[in-house]
Structure formats: structure tokens, C-alpha cells
Design a binder for this molecule. Structure first.
Ligand SMILES: N[C@@H](CCC(=O)N[C@@H](CS)C(=O)NCC(=O)O)C(=O)O
Length: 206
């Protein structure tokens, strides 16, 4: 049984898609159409009751959710691919960056723009909520930018943290949010990777 990957093109699942391609794993894709509400349908909720993307159903049939958990499991179960540093400091930097990406830039920043109504029942407040979201994203990138100075990747080599950072950089690109210097260079470095090019093409981007 191949790994089953539940994803939405251009969403945070793009980061996991990159890791699956980096690992050259065989996997079956199911596209979950978020705008159509596929994630709220009983058959998907039976797999992931959190109604979120991404989900990975592994060879033993068990489902794994949450970007960090999926990325960590992929890296730990394929150690030869070296998607995690093997020193404590490098590992801590990876966790630090993924948490900032998923918890802060995505969870507090971008979601204010993607699912604004979840933050206020008042439509008159929507623009203010979106503006605050962009502010959080900008502040988050500024911190990550400083950490990237003088480095090609978050840790010494490419790791799961770079796939996470890529998806929020990709969203910045799509939304017209300017990336600070080192994040911009990281984004271009990631786009030059053959796996990233393949993923973007498969997800309908160029
Ligand atoms: N903490 C979750 C967040 C996942 C998440 O929010 N994914 C978005 C797509 S990028 C989603 O499923 N949205 C569904 C919704 O907004 O209802 C994770 O890391 O996997």
C-alpha cells in the first residue's frame, strides 16, 4: 500500500509535497478542494477530524496530521535523506523555524487573510483583521530574515524547515507581499531545486 497524501494545490501541503518528492517516495494524491468544502465532508473527517490539510495516511493505514508532525515523521523515517540536522543546535533551529512558520506566519498571519470571518463576526472589521494579518506576516519574515543572513538554508543543509519556509514565501509571492532580502534569496534558491519545480508544475503553477 502506497502512502496516501491529501493535499490542496498552493496550500501549506505544498511543503509536504516537496518533502515527498525529495524523498522520491511513491505516494497517491487525493486533492481536497477547500473552497468546495471537501475537507468538511464525512469521508474526509473520518480520516482527519480536524478538517485540515495536509494529511498523510501511511503504509500501516494510520493517518498523520499537522505539518510539523508529518514533516518530522518523513525525516525521521528516512534518515539517509538527511532532512534533519544531526546536531542539537541544528535540530533546534529547524523546530524554531517551523514553529514560527506554521504557528505564527501561517496560523496567526495568513489565516487572517484566508479565513477572515473566523476572526470577527463583523464584516466591517475585515479589512482591519487582514491588515493585522499582513503585519504579523511582515514581522515574522523580518525575524526569519535575520536568522537566514549568511546562510543558504535554515540549518547547514536543506531540511524540513526549508520546505515549511518555502510555502509561506510562496504565499507572499502570490499575495504581493515583499520578501526581505535573505528570505527572497531563499525563495529563489528553493525555486531552483528540481523537486520544487516539479511540485509547482504538478500543482498547476509555473
Ligand atoms: N496546524 C495545521 C494547519 C493546517 C491548515 O490550516 N491548513 C489549511 C490549508 S493551508 C486548512 O486546512 N484550511 C482549512 C480551513 O481553513 O478550514 C497544520 O500544520 O497542518
Amino acid at each position: 500500500m502506497a502512502i496516501k497524501f491529501y493535499m490542496t494545490p498552493g496550500s501549506c501541503s505544498t511543503g509536504i509535497h516537496i518533502l515527498l518528492e525529495e524523498l522520491e517516495l511513491p505516494f497517491e494524491v487525493t486533492i481536497v478542494n477547500l473552497p468546495r468544502g471537501d475537507h468538511l465532508k464525512p469521508d474526509y473527517l473520518a480520516i482527519n477530524p480536524k478538517a485540515s490539510i495536509p494529511t498523510l495516511v501511511r503504509n500501516d493505514g494510520s493517518a498523520l496530521t499537522e505539518f510539523q508532525a508529518i514533516a518530522w515523521w518523513l525525516a525521521r523515517s528516512h534518515p539517509k535523506a538527511k532532512l534533519l540536522p544531526d546536531d542539537a543546535d541544528g535540530e533546534a533551529r529547524v523546530i524554531e523555524t517551523i514553529d514560527a512558520v506554521v504557528g505564527t506566519l501561517h496560523g496567526q498571519g495568513y489565516t487572517r487573510n484566508f479565513t477572515t470571518a473566523n476572526f470577527t463576526p463583523n464584516e466591517a472589521d475585515h479589512e482591519a483583521v487582514k491588515a493585522r494579518g499582513r503585519e504579523i506576516v511582515g514581522q515574522g519574515f523580518a525575524v526569519l530574515n535575520d536568522a537566514l543572513a549568511g546562510r543558504d538554508y535554515v540549518a547547514e543543509d536543506f531540511s524540513i524547515a526549508d520546505a515549511a519556509l518555502f510555502y509561506v514565501e510562496f504565499w507572499a509571492d502570490k499575495l504581493g507581499i515583499a520578501l526581505p532580502e535573505h528570505c527572497g534569496a531563499h525563495y529563489q534558491r528553493m525555486r531552483a531545486r528540481p523537486t520544487v519545480q516539479r511540485v509547482l508544475q504538478e500543482e498547476g503553477y509555473r
